[in-house]
Write a protein that binds this ligand. Sequence first.
Ligand SMILES: C[S@@+](CC[C@H](N)C(=O)[O-])C[C@H]1O[C@@H](n2cnc3c(N)ncnc32)[C@H](O)[C@@H]1O
Length: 284
Amino acid sequence: MLVSTFRNHFNKELSEIYPATEIDSFFFLLIEEELGLQRIDLALTTQLTISEEKFKYLYNALSRLKAQEPIQYILRKTEFYGLQFNVTKDTLIPRPETEELVDWILTENKQLHASKKINILDIGTGTGCIAISLAKNLPNANVTAIDISKEALLIAKENALANNNVGITFIEADVLALKSLPSKFDIIVSNPPYVRELEKKEIKPNVLENEPHLALFVDDNNPLLFYKKIAELAKNHLTTNGKLFFEINQYLGKETLAMLNEVGYTTELRKDIFGNDRMIKSTC
Ligand SMILES: C[S@@+](CC[C@H](N)C(=O)[O-])C[C@H]1O[C@@H](n2cnc3c(N)ncnc32)[C@H](O)[C@@H]1O
C-alpha cells in the first residue's frame, strides 16, 4: 500500500475525534517510529509503499488512536525535560507541569550544588522522570527514588540506565507505611497521587481509561494524605537548609499550604504556565 493512501485513510478515520493538526502530528510520529520516515521524505515522493508487516503496525496504532489511547502508550515512549522516557500502562505519562517543577528545583540548585555532593529523594517516581532529570542535570547528586509499583520501577530502571545513563537507587516501598526515610536529604520531591474521585468527571476519557489509577486518585475525604505523610517524614530527614518540593492539586493550594504550615514549614506556592496553583517549596 502507498503511504499516501494510508494517510488519507488515517485522516478520514480520525477526523471526528481529533483536530487536523493533532492527526498530522500522530501520523508523522508513527511513520518516523515505524518506517524511519520524516515529513520531508513524504514531500519528496508520493510513491512510498508500506510492507504488509508495517501496515499491520500502523493499522493497529490507528485503531488504538480511535479508541483514544494516548499516543505515548502506542509509541511506548515520550519526552520529558528534553530526555527520552519509556512509558507503559503501569506508569503515568509525565506532564509539562512536572517539567516546571523540575525546572524550579534546577534553577534554585544547579549553581549552588554544582560542585557539592547532595542527596535527593523522589517519592512516587513512576517513569523516574523527576529523579532522572535531576540526576542528569546535577551530576554531583546521589538520587534515590521510591514507588509502590514494581512494574513502574522496572520502567524507571530502564529509563535511568538504558535511556539516560544515570545511576539512581530505586526502592520499592509504600510511602504511607514508612516510619522513616533511608537517610537525610538535601532535596525531597514528590508528585504524589492527588486527583479526588469527585474530579473524575473533569478527567478526559483517554486519561481515565488508560493511565494507572494508582498514580492518580485519592479519596475525597482525605486528599492530602500523601502530602501530610511525606511532610512529616521529611521534617526529620531534611538536612539543614534542605527543601521539600511538591507538585499539587490546583484546587487545593490553600489547604496544602495550611497543612504544611501546621507541620512547621515555611512555604512558597507557584502557579504553572496555565495560571493554576501547581507547586510548593517548603523549608523548615
Ligand atoms: C502522580 S504519579 C507521579 C509519577 C512521576 N513522578 C511523575 O511526576 O510523572 C504518582 C506515583 O506515586 C506512586 N504511588 C502511589 N501510591 C504510592 C504509595 N503508597 N507509595 C509510594 N508510591 C506510590 C504511583 O505508583 C505513581 O508512580
